[in-house]
Design a protein around this ligand. Sequence first.
Ligand SMILES: [Zn+2]
Length: 178
Amino acid sequence: MAIYQILGENEPSLREKARPVPKITPNIIKLLDNMAETMYAAKGVGLAAPQIGVPKRVIIVDVGEELHELINPVIISRSDEEEIDSEGCLSVPEKLGDVSRATRIVIEGLNRAGETARLEAEGYLARAFQHETDHLEGILFTDIAESVYLRPPKEYDAEDDTEDEPEDEPEPGESEKG
Ligand SMILES: [Zn+2]
């Protein structure tokens, strides 16, 4: 496995529409494995293939429950109800934004075995899937956020006077990084 470099928000390839995967080959399996390793190394909760320079419709999400891998994902329904919450992105590490997202979605795609997988998600997991599928359209959260602001540096969190190691601290505000 290998850890990829995650592209920053100014990379033009992050703005391209990703192409469908016509066939699940050993290279796609390797891509999924390497994406997971890259996401966990970066302490993110989601990653889309365009973020590592691969313009294919492949996403992974793990909000702390289990790893979801989807090839050619499509959100087939969204709740009318939306909620605004703070969101971040591994490609935009220094910023957060308040983004309105559907609270519940149904998403469908292929798993690594080539079988159709359909997932119902709500809350934070639904938000992560919406964020990652946006990447496949070349959309970043900063494009659709109601406001964008700088991520507070963890090292200088004045309210935290514990002696925990910095890497053990929770993400501020459970913000998604994907
Ligand atoms: Zn992202």
